[in-house]
Write a new protein. Structure first.
Lengths: 172, 217
């Protein structure tokens, strides 16, 4: 408990940070471990809608981030994470920012376990199209799923770990 | 014994071949994403000017934007730059060109920008893709409603016509995900001459299609 207090005291803007970026608390308390129930309310957890790209579609080409999106990676809406994606300058900066953090961020959606997603923890692979980016709820495209047409749209609970402190946790 | 040796040799040579089949052989099918004949202005981490067939004009770019270069004059094109996801397709008459670009990622949203070049060497945008957008609701079976991808894949009939494709977004919120429909459009009158089914597109225009449609079903 004393360690907990010490951690809190090191963050003078704790209240504001907690309100806007709950993942920061998660980082402090449980080292981004979503299984640890010590701090279930501090995790970056929200409901998101998933759609899927077919297994043999969009193969072998780099996406907006400059690399070929791996199977099982997600196309995201940068705005959902507080990253601007309008002007050319914003796009370049946001693409660089995502690329620099791709290796740390994990998006976990256990509710998809009954689908052939080859696991339920995903990485970021690309930027979504306008249908993803303009969705009223946070939406992800999963790259290259077997029987994608049968997947349709699935809305499940999502937990994200490894978000940089300057990113927002999507609220919905 | 000879059979065993041959079998081993065949296995050794086949393994790397099978591994390579996971990616598209772009050289064998041109470099284009939507159009087999298109060229990507951004390759090897830098922009390359894409010259017209007669060498008079070129589409040049930087990370800040694309321009039409004509007799040393640079005319900016009001198009989003997305380096890995854009391509230029010049018409054989060198008086028109199309640019396909995604404003997001691989899925899209892809748009076609089509220009003619006036007597002063300036680019004149031709609002041809809007013709297709207006009938996209008939084609897309998406819930909720979604925006299609549109790209130019060929110039036809002495550059008087353009062949454009409307693609249903290739993700599972659309029942006909990834389906494509072709449109032959008269550039001068801006009229749709022919609507082409996916089967006909693949049968009659397969060589014009870029790598995107080699793996789509």
């Amino acid at each position: 408990m004393s360690a907990f207090k010490a951690n809190l005291c090191q963050h003078t803007e704790f209240t504001a940070v907690l309100y806007y970026r709950p993942q920061v608390l998660n980082r402090i308390l449980v080292q981004n471990d979503p299984i640890n129930r010590v701090d279930p309310w501090g995790l970056c957890t929200f409901e998101a809608t998933f759609t899927a790209v077919g297994a043999d579609q969009l193969v072998g080409r780099p996406g907006a981030l400059g690399f070929v999106p791996p199977n099982g990676s997600l196309a995201i809406n940068p705005n959902s994470f507080g990253l601007p994606y309008d002007t050319i300058e914003e796009r370049i900066a946001t693409q660089n920012e995502i690329r620099a953090n791709v290796g740390n961020i994990q998006i976990s959606a256990p509710g998809l376990s009954e689908y052939p997603t080859n696991g339920t923890t995903f990485t970021i692979g690309d930027v979504g199209d306008r249908n993803i980016r303009n969705s009223p709820v946070t939406r992800f495209d999963i790259y290259r799923l077997e029987n994608a047409s049968g997947f349709g749209r699935q809305t499940v609970q999502v937990t994200i770990t490894g978000l940089p402190g300057n990113w927002l946790c999507p609220t919905r | 014994m000879l059979n065993v040796v041959l079998l081993v040799v065949a296995f050794i040579t086949a393994v790397p071949y099978v591994a390579e089949c996971d990616t598209i052989d772009l050289d064998a099918h041109g470099a284009g994403i939507w159009a087999n004949g298109a060229k990507l202005p951004f390759a090897d981490d830098e922009f390359t000017a894409i010259r017209s067939p007669n060498g008079v004009f070129s589409v040049s770019g930087s990370i800040k934007g694309l321009s039409l270069i004509s007799n040393g004059k640079s005319s900016p094109l009001n198009i989003i730059v997305n380096p890995p996801l854009m391509e230029v397709l010049w018409a054989p008459d060198s008086q028109k060109f199309g640019i396909n670009v995604s404003d997001g990622g691989l899925v899209g949203t892809w748009e076609a920008y089509i220009y003619s070049i006036d007597d002063h060497g300036d680019p004149v945008p031709l609002d041809i893709p809007r013709l297709i957008m207006s009938i996209s609701d008939e084609i897309l079976q998406c819930e909720p409603k979604e925006e299609p991808n549109i790209g130019i894949v060929a110039w036809l009939n002495d550059s008087k016509e353009a062949l454009l494709i409307l693609e249903v977004p290739p993700h599972s919120s659309c029942r006909n995900m990834g389906a494509i429909t072709g449109f032959r459009i008269a550039v001068e009158t801006k009229k749709i001459i022919e609507r082409i089914s996916e089967v006909e597109l693949r049968r009659n225009w397969g060589k014009a299609l870029g790598s995107r449609f080699i793996t789509n079903h």
